[in-house]
Design a protein around this ligand. Structure first.
Ligand code: ARG
Length: 445
């Protein structure tokens, strides 16, 4: 093979860790000075050199290609400040270095993703506030079940997002532990001060076992799992947007820019953005499986397989951030077509459960009531009638206890308003959700 070096190397993808790598090296250098492993003058030179590289990178300059980002930074430093640059690598190995870099990177991304999720949640809550008077069919099995408020449906996604956020916050605890100082695998005989380096880098703790520290990529697997869960939630919302914007449902409006036409069928507006988000979810799941498979059955400690951790981490990060951005913008333009959603509540016998409850309140055992309502619904289907259109006389043929008060019992608005249990779909419960979510969105972590 001609390109063997390229095969072994990782620069093509890990140069993305340049920032984390340099920040880590600056902290490590400062620690080497503090512990007198290198002199203050040497430390100053190294730090200045690293900062200069960082500045150039920020201006758009690129490091010359090396086997990986760690070698690239070190070689460039030595090129700029001379052999003293090589002292930076005292008391560390690329094994603890790369593990540290990846943790710094993931930590930064988690913080950005939490911000993005919060932004997405705020849009959902705003849309929920706007949709408080929207009554729509709620579904189970995608079959009309019971009427709900449009806000209630949107807030379901805001709560999913809240769990996603909490999951990332939790993942941060295990990510923000510093492996640096574990060296290749066994630790180092230099009298280093790991706590000091950790403090400089904002790590909450240092790892406890050097063998574990250089091989541990649990945080990366967990992180991609959290991204997968987020993507999965976005795919559910996307699916609903796709269904709701179909001609058959016609429940919602979103800005045309999130849709596209067909090259052959002039009448079409396809919900492409939502479809692409739904599709990209598969890609994120693929990254998770890749990550887990890379870790599977690896003996302790570092193995070069671990170099393959980066593409899935980066890809899952980019994909989910992209999708979060698009869905947030899309949802800003979202509105329910409330006449259509209301009209739809007339189909599907959404009041059936209510009638069963009505009978049960009149002392008919619920199971018997369930059977009676089933017969009523069959009668309606056969005679092409709705539950509200039946006369009291017709109702009475099924049960003597049914009176005129049935009509107010089965008016959809009343059905919704009666669901006052906490977390239910009554306006009061939904407003409580909105205020709870607003508090959570404002809460500083
Ligand atoms: N590029 C390597 C990686 O990403 C860095 C660590 C190399 N360590 C080694 N012992 N060869 O994992």
């Amino acid at each position: 093979m001609e390109n063997f070096e390229q095969f072994i190397g990782s620069f093509s993808f890990d140069n993305r860790l340049a920032h984390a790598d340099i920040i880590g090296s600056i902290a490590h250098t400062q620690m080497l000075v503090k512990t007198k492993i290198i002199s203050a003058a040497e430390g100053k030179k190294i730090t200045a050199g690293l900062n200069a590289i960082l500045r150039d990178l920020n201006k758009g300059w690129s490091l010359p290609q090396e086997e990986d980002i760690h070698f690239a930074v070190e070689k460039e430093l030595i090129r700029r400040i001379g052999a003293v640059g090589g002292k930076m690598h005292t008391a560390r190995s690329r094994n603890d270095q790369v593990a540290t870099d990846l943790r710094l990177y993931v930590r930064q991304e988690i913080n950005e993703i939490i911000e993005m999720i919060t932004c997405f949640q705020s849009v959902l809550v705003k849309k929920a506030e706007e949709s408080i008077d929207v009554i729509m069919p709620g579904y189970t099995h995608l079959q009309p079940a019971q009427p709900v408020i449009g806000s209630h449906h949107l807030l379901a996604y805001a709560w999913m997002a809240e769990r996603d956020k909490q999951r990332f916050i939790d993942c941060l605890k295990r990510t923000n532990v510093m492996p640096l100082g574990s060296a290749a695998l066994a630790g180092t005989s230099f009298k280093i001060d790991r706590k000091y380096t950790a403090e400089l880098l904002g790590f909450d703790a240092v790892s406890d076992n050097s063998l574990d520290a250089v091989s541990d990529r649990d945080f990366a697997g967990e992180y991609i799992f959290d991204l997968s869960m987020t993507a999965m939630h976005l795919s559910k919302l996307s699916e609903e947007i796709i269904i709701w914007s179909s001609v058959e449902f016609n429940f919602i409006k979103i800005d045309d820019k999130f849709t596209s036409g067909s090259s052959i069928m002039p009448q079409k507006r396809n919900p492409d953005c939502a479809e692409i988000i739904r599709g990209k979810t598969g890609r994120v799941f693929g990254d998770l499986i890749a990550m887990l498979t890379i870790m599977k059955a690896l003996p302790i400690a570092y193995n070069r397989d671990l170099q393959e951790d980066k593409p899935p981490v980066f890809d899952a990060t980019d994909t989910v951030k992209l999708c979060l951005g698009v869905i947030t913008d899309l949802m800003k333009t979202f509105s329910f077509k409330k006449e259509n959603t209301l009209k739809s509540t007339e189909k599907g016998f959404l009041q059936a459960t209510e009638i069963a409850d009505y009978l049960a309140r009149k002392n008919i055992p619920f199971r018997t009531a369930h059977g009676i309502v089933k017969d009523i619904v069959h009668y309606c289907i056969k005679n092409e009638k709705t539950l509200e259109s039946l006369s009291v006389a017709e109702y009475k043929t099924f049960s003597e206890v049914i009176n005129k008060d049935i009509y107010s019992f089965i008016a959809v608005k009343n059905i919704v308003d009666a669901k006052t249990s906490s977390g239910g779909t009554s306006k009061k419960s939904v407003l409580k959700q909105i205020s709870d979510l607003k508090k959570l969105i404002k809460t500083k972590r």
